[in-house]
Design a protein around this ligand. Structure first.
Ligand SMILES: Cc1cc2nc3c(=O)[nH]c(=O)nc-3n(C[C@H](O)[C@H](O)[C@H](O)COP(=O)(O)OP(=O)(O)OC[C@H]3O[C@@H](n4cnc5c(N)ncnc54)[C@H](O)[C@@H]3O)c2cc1C
Length: 496
């Protein structure tokens, strides 16, 4: 059987492309190497707790806002079980032991910040004006047609967020606080472009929501629709080879045996992983070497706390805690001073509104810390790896206990994951937090387009546009536009 479109990888991007194209009558086949669909949307259950792995909150889901509109097209908006976060402080940056709340809405955000920085009105207005300017400049962020090849906003890729903030305020504390969301893009002072934090913050400043009982609701719903539309989903189907004929992709091989043929192919896997599998792909050497040499974002160590019943009250905000004077230092740790900060998320449960049974803490971890076990696979990494994880978990948990006294005694069990876990469950080469690093000093280097020089091979997912739910969703629309036309698809999304 030859499919119209074969999609490799069932991350958010793969699922959305399969949804869009199957809705348009294409005979799609979605291939996923894991048993569970969703990539970073995967959840896991321990005791009675459901843990998200790579989707803790989403932005712009109020009626009329951008994600709400996109998700209405995907028939998700009215189906998802969501909890709107605290509008007076959905994110809290804890810096030098003081808490700074990030409120929803531009005016509320500015007024809240003015309580901490009363002399900085001008700087704060400059900051929020830039948020508005950038989010308005991107066509798809506003559901505008992109067929005129929008390029204006690309300028924001060649300015650094650190430089922008330095030109906005002389107050170092305000600057650090505004950079407090940098773990959301694994920020690096020397590299992070203005565009990235601005798009992310503007999506959350509109509104912020958590998933009740986990984000895998998205993958379950999309998979159901794809199947309803006649699409095929094959789990435990790892693409292990690409078969080319006359410069086009003819088929992929799964699990080193079965051949799946298609007219068109969309890859939702990390571009470096794609190049590794498709070693013989007729791609230009310059393209190949650009992708292969692009740096990755740092990895993540996660601590998952399963809480005792009715022990820890649900907190409707995230914490971004810093143990350094300069927030950029978070990723520059030594074994002695790790961790230099962390993000903390509390999961809402449909069973108990008052208490949480799952708390997730993420902190940076470099690939070098775990590369000694790079040849191992899940559950087969040996006692020394288990001991490494145990020690790291203990150290992080001690830091959490000093910030949230009593949390240990309310915890039933604690689990952890490292960049190796992300490498093996997602397929990113070094288990990076958000895929390839965006660098304002050389913005074109990390810019990968949905279209490749192989006429029937397209790319989608976080490495192609930007990471996160909005970035990946916009990219899915861009990728499918290559097959069904931009104006037509945007019209469908707008009118959904
Ligand atoms: C710890 C963490 C927290 C995050 N928190 C948030 C958040 O709160 N909000 C937010 O918006 N974003 C968040 N993100 C980012 C967000 O999760 C990602 O940007 C997004 O989900 C990536 O989607 P994707 O389509 O690129 O696919 P991915 O999630 O990267 O999935 C790729 C899929 O391809 C499959 N695959 C790989 N190789 C093969 C192969 N050879 N054959 C078949 N299948 C293959 C993988 O198994 C996987 O299912 C977070 C990320 C991390 C890591």
């Amino acid at each position: 059987m030859k499919y119209d479109v074969v999609i490799i990888g069932s991350g958010l991007g793969g699922l959305q492309c399969a949804y869009i194209l199957s809705m348009e009558g294409y005979n799609v086949c979605l291939l996923e190497k894991n048993n569970q669909l969703g990539g970073c949307l995967q959840t896991f259950r321990r005791k009675n707790s459901i843990f998200d792995t790579g989707m803790h909150y989403i932005g712009s889901m109020d009626e009329g806002q951008v994600l709400n509109n996109f998700f209405r097209y995907f028939r998700l908006t009215s189906k998802l079980k969501l909890k709107r976060m605290d509008e007076n402080g959905y994110d809290v940056v804890k810096y030098n032991d003081r808490e700074y709340k990030f409120a929803m809405g531009y005016d509320r955000f500015t007024e809240t910040m003015l309580q901490y920085f009363p002399k900085e009105r001008e700087a704060l207005l400059k900051y929020t004006d830039k948020l508005k300017e950038i989010s308005t400049a991107v066509d798809l962020f506003n559901l505008r047609d992109t067929s005129h090849h929008q390029t204006g906003y690309l300028d924001y890729f060649s300015v650094g967020i650190d430089d922008f903030l330095s030109s906005t305020t002389k107050d170092q504390t305000l600057k650090n606080v505004l950079l407090g969301l940098s773990p959301l893009y694994a920020g690096i002072k020397e590299a992070s472009p203005l565009y990235l934090p601005m798009i992310i913050h503007s999506s959350f400043i509109n509104s912020a929501y958590r998933f009740i009982d986990g984000g895998s609701q998205i993958s379950d719903l999309l998979a159901g629709y794809i199947t309803e539309n006649g699409g095929t989903i094959i789990r435990k189907a790892e693409v292990t080879d690409f078969l080319f004929e006359s410069g086009k992709l003819k088929a992929v091989k799964i699990n080193n045996s079965e051949i799946i043929e298609g007219k068109n192919f969309i890859s939702n896997i990390h571009p470096k992983t794609l190049l590794k599998i498709a070693g013989n792909a007729p791609l230009r050497p310059a393209y190949r070497s650009r992708i292969e040499s692009t740096e990755e974002t740092i990895g993540v160590f996660s601590l998952y706390l399963s809480m005792k019943e009715n022990a820890f009250e649900y907190v409707n905000k995230n914490f971004y805690v810093f143990k350094t004077d300069n927030v950029w230092e978070g990723a520059k740790y030594t074994p002695e001073n790790w961790p230099r900060g962390y993000m903390m998320h509390f999961s809402p449960s449909s069973k108990n509104e008052k208490y949480t049974d799952a708390i997730i803490i993420n902190t940076y971890m470099k690939w070098e810390d775990v590369s000694a076990w790079e040849k191992t696979t899940v559950e087969k990494r040996g006692d020394d790896y288990r001991e490494f994880k145990r020690k790291k978990a203990e150290k992080l948990f001690d830091v959490i206990e000093s910030d949230f006294p009593g949390i240990k005694s309310k915890t039933e069990a604690c689990y952890s994951s490292t960049p190796l876990t992300y490498r093996d469950y997602i397929g990113s080469p070094t288990g990076s937090f958000y895929g390839m690093l965006k660098d304002f000093r050389d913005p074109l280097r990390s810019m990968v387009m949905p279209r490749t020089s192989i006429p029937n091979l397209f790319l989608t997912g976080q490495n192609i546009n930007i990471h996160g739910v909005i970035g990946v969703t916009i990219c899915s629309v861009l990728t499918c536009s290559e097959i069904i036309g931009t104006r037509y698809l945007i019209g469908k999304v707008r009118n959904a």
